[in-house]
Design a protein around this ligand. Structure first.
Ligand code: ADP
Ligand code: MG
Length: 422
């Protein structure tokens, strides 16, 4: 007879259940039996009875074997869970970046068809992985020069994870090809949203303020929560990405530098983007406070929706110079060119933010706040320390000229690595 095994708790009970197929076979046999009885053929009757018994027996045995095997398989898969996975060296750990072949990435990007953007070190293309994940594939150009940047980026971002840092999914190191595979961040880089948007289409103050807080959180994690301090060294709107909900993610770790926690400063080759580089770069001895300076410039640009330096007219477009002069007659809000209704409604908060930006831009790096303090101040949990803020940016404005001597967008790894200001 057909049987199935039902388990409940520790007990297993055997019950008889007929499936529609079994029922069909039985009906057929019973009909044959009836026909035989009608014709009173004793021999046929006996044969049919035997066939009937054999059929029922076979069905029973087959079902019991099948259930038994399934049980064994389930036993193998279920109970040990992680222990079994640990034994299997092929199981992938999603937290680590994957290695791709050049062919895989060429297919994923449909032969590098859709360009998302480009910077000083390469071009970035949209792609789709086999499992449907949308990605941004950065193809490093000028390969021999960029090996350092490639390794810096894989090592740095490949081992850390934070909501406000772009996620590195994988990389490719095939022959001379060097590519990096990131999560695709739908709204692209911040510069497009603060510098190029028309007035009706620009981001509202609250969204811009949240973006500033997100960047500060990403940097606080890099500076204060990782095993080694990570100094980004190229904070600018082009390296801040916005997702579909305008959450900001710090990206592009090509110039980043690791620093031992017990060291207070590092000596390194000058690197960064003109207009965002702290004055202490002149001495080549830097601390994580160079990122705080760059953040201060980005914050000013977010507030004013215009560039600190656009490379054309220095005096009119240099926000820092403007901030210094407007502070003298207490007209900080005058640095904001398009002071629309939204800004008017948030005037007090905007002025407070300008002061926070000025705090980040202090010539003396020890007077600049650390990133976790900035997160608290931006969120309104802590007060701005007005005693620490001077609006005299003498060194920064003097160095502005020095840091533009080599304004060549092509990076040189020798003594000066400049990213493309665009
Ligand atoms: N993950 C991403 N999602 C969407 N767009 C991206 C992504 N990464 C980069 N981009 C676009 O490509 C541009 C250049 O990328 P970036 O990593 O800064 O390269 P580079 O090292 O050459 O400066 C960015 O400014 C942005 O517009
Ligand atoms: Mg970049």
């Amino acid at each position: 007879m057909p049987t199935s095994i039902l388990s409940s708790g520790c007990f297993a009970t055997r019950v008889l259940i007929l499936t529609p197929a079994d029922f069909g076979v039985l009906t057929f046999l019973v009909s044959v039996l009836v026909v035989a009885v009608i014709f009173r053929r004793i021999v046929s009757l006996v044969i049919i009875a035997c066939v009937f018994i054999i059929c029922c027996g076979s069905i029973y045995i087959l079902k019991v074997c099948k259930e038994g095997k399934r049980g064994e398989v389930e036993e193998k898969i279920k109970p040990s869970g992680l222990a079994d996975e640990e034994k299997d060296s092929t199981v992938e750990i999603p937290a680590l970046p994957m290695r791709f072949s050049y062919e895989e990435l060429r297919t994923a990007t449909r032969h590098f068809e859709e360009k998302l953007g480009s910077g000083g070190f390469g071009s970035v293309f949209k792609g789709t992985l086999e499992d449907g994940t949308l990605v941004a594939v950065k193809r490093l150009e000028k390969l021999s020069q960029n090996m350092k940047e490639f390794l810096a980026e894989v090592r740095t971002i490949g081992s850390i994870h934070h909501f406000n840092l772009v996620k590195l999914i994988g990389y490719c190191k095939d022959k001379s090809y060097r590519l990096l595979v990131y999560e695709f961040v739908a709204n692209g880089s911040l510069d497009k949203w603060i510098f190029y948007q028309d007035r009706n289409n620009c981001l509202k103050w609250q969204i811009r303020k949240n973006i500033a807080i997100d960047i500060a959180k990403g940097l606080a994690y890099l500076h204060e929560e990782c095993y080694k301090k990570i100094i980004h060294l190229d904070i600018k709107p082009q390296n801040i990405l916005l997702d579909e909900n305008f959450n900001a993610k710090v990206s592009d770790f090509g110039l980043s530098k690791l620093m031992d926690r017990d060291k207070s400063q590092v000596v390194t080759t000058m690197r960064g983007t003109p207009g965002y580089m702290a004055p202490e770069w002149r001495l080549s001895k830097i601390t994580e406070k160079v990122d705080v300076y760059s953040f201060g410039i980005v914050l000013l640009e977010i507030i004013c929706r215009r560039r600190n330096f656009d490379g054309r007219s220095e005096t009119s477009s240099h926000l820092l110079r403007l901030l210094q002069s407007k502070s003298k007659n207490n007209k900080l809000l005058h640095i904001v060119r398009n002071f629309d209704e939204d800004m008017k409604n948030n005037a007090e908060e905007v002025e407070r933010m300008i002061k926070i930006a000025a705090w980040c831009l202090q010539d003396d790096h020890t007077r600049r706040p650390c990133m976790s303090t900035l997160v608290n101040v931006l969120e309104g949990v802590m007060e701005v320390d007005s005693n620490m803020i001077s609006f005299n940016f003498k060194n920064a404005l003097a160095d502005h000229h020095v840091l533009h001597i080599n304004d060549d967008p092509s990076p040189s790894p020798l003594d000066f690595v400049l990213s493309n200001p665009r």
